[in-house]
Every structure is written in C-alpha cells, then in structure tokens.
Design a protein around this ligand. Sequence first.
Ligand code: 5RP
Length: 300
Amino acid sequence: MPDIDDVQDGKQYHVGVPMEAKAFFLKGSNSLDWGIKNRLARIFSPTTGRTVMLAVDHGYFQGPTTGLERIDLNIVPLVPYADALMITRGALRTSIPPEMQKPVVLRCSGGQSMLKELSNELVAVDIQDALRLNAAAMAVQVYIGGEHEHQSVGNLVKVVDAGNQYGIATLAVTGVGKELVRDSRYLGLATRICAEMGAHFVKTYYCESGFSRVAAACPVPVLIAGGKKLPELDALRMAYRAVDEGAAGVDMGRNVFQCEAPMAMLQAVRAVVHEKEKPEKAYELFLSLKNQDAFAAQRS
Ligand code: 5RP
C-alpha cells in the first residue's frame, strides 16, 4: 500500500539545466514515434549507426537453400554474432529458440516460388502475427520494373500502414528480376520509391559505380544484400565499399552461411561494418578465427 505519510518534496529538479532534445541517430527517422525508434535502435547500433543483419529467409521462395537445410543446426549458433535476424515466421517458430535476444526482421511478403514469376507476391503475414512474434521490423520485397510492380508496391504500402499503427518498422527489399540491370540508376529509382512509399529502411544491392549517389538520394538507411557466394575477401571488399559510400550496413545471407567458416566470416563482416576495418585486415581476422570455427571443423 502506498505510504502517503512518507512522501517528501523532491530536491533534484536541476532548475536551469534544460532537458536535451537530441535528434535520433538514424537518418530519416527523427519524426517517428518512440516504439518504432526503440525497435530500430535494437536493429542498428546506436554507437555506429550501422547493422550486420543475417538473412536466412531464402527458403520462402527457393526451398532448402544450401547452408539453410537445417536452420536449427546451421543458423542458431551464428545468431549471437549478428545484430538482427531476417527470417520467415515458419522458420522462426520451428527452428529458433524463443530465448534468442536478437531483434527479428520478419519476412512478410511471399506467395511465389522460384519456378514462377518472382514479382508475383502478396502480403504473407498479418500484423497481429508479427506482433505475436515480437518482430522489430517487417520485410517486403518490392519489384520496381517487374511484371507485378504495382502489386509489390501495394504490398509495401499495406505493411507500412499496418506497422505504423503499432510501431513496427518496415524494411523494403528491392527485388531485381533477371531482365533488369543492377546499376545505380535502377537502384536509385527503386530505393527512392521504397523510401517515398514509407519504408523505414531499404535493402538493395551494391553497384560498383555510383552507389554513393544511391545511398545519398535515399532518405532512410540503405543496407546491401550480399548476393551469391563470393570469395571471402571479395565479399569483405564489397561490404567495405558499401559502408564507405554511405550504406548503413549489410543484410547478408549466402556469403555468411555458405562460407566454410560462417562464424569467422560474420565476425570479419562486423569488423568492416562497425569498425570500418580495411577488408584485407578483416580477411586476416577471418583467417585467424577460421581455425576456431566449429563449422569449419565439421565441414573440413
Ligand atoms: C531474398 C532476400 C534475401 O534475404 C537476400 O537476398 C539476402 O541474402 P543474400 O546475401 O544471400 O543475397 O531478401 O529475396
């Protein structure tokens, strides 16, 4: 029971010390509400402003991808080294222990397979289920220039509107069909449309020429996907260039989980993204950690 006899007048008012009105650390996010900022601050490091997300959602259209055959065995041990996990609800519920402390970026579009037209997606998760799964953000693929461009932009809009009601952020992922060129002109168009439609952060591809313009013209943080498996040093070089040219981090899948030493690779990527370690140095780190990587031992 509250003891009203013991209520004392406070003394520490710090009269004369104005309360600070600090800007939120993430680009384009200052006007958002507290809950959505808090979720974004779990995905992005407030210290560096960047993130290393681990993407393991590939099964949503391509089934048991190499390296993702057993998410419970292959991915769970990697999670401590990532800042956030991008995953489908099916894989999350079945294969990830709920004790996990990392923020979830929930894959929320789908409905096609790699056997058919990829852009033919729908919103595949209800906002109530995203809330039940404690998602920090929801991810939607957007196919600018694709056969179902209009439908995929519609999916993004629906997810942004639902997420805004509850303070859950939306990640737009720019999907590129085989017929489209991943140059800065295209990526600039796609990322900007996603941001203008309300995405809170955007994932796209790195391009050798003009990536800094893509990142600069997108008013919310831009992440890069890793794409198909590259030699480790090349993947680290790509991550370094992307961050150096304005990316707020990576959302990497195959270049981590298809690596023979995925834990070592994830730590090397972290060094590049968060410490701006030069790729050659990060590669040395990879080589030194590789020997201790439990997966490398299993796979050799
Ligand atoms: C699938 C995705 C993947 O999450 C994305 O492509 C990241 O993985 P990778 O680094 O393997 O490209 O969004 O559409």
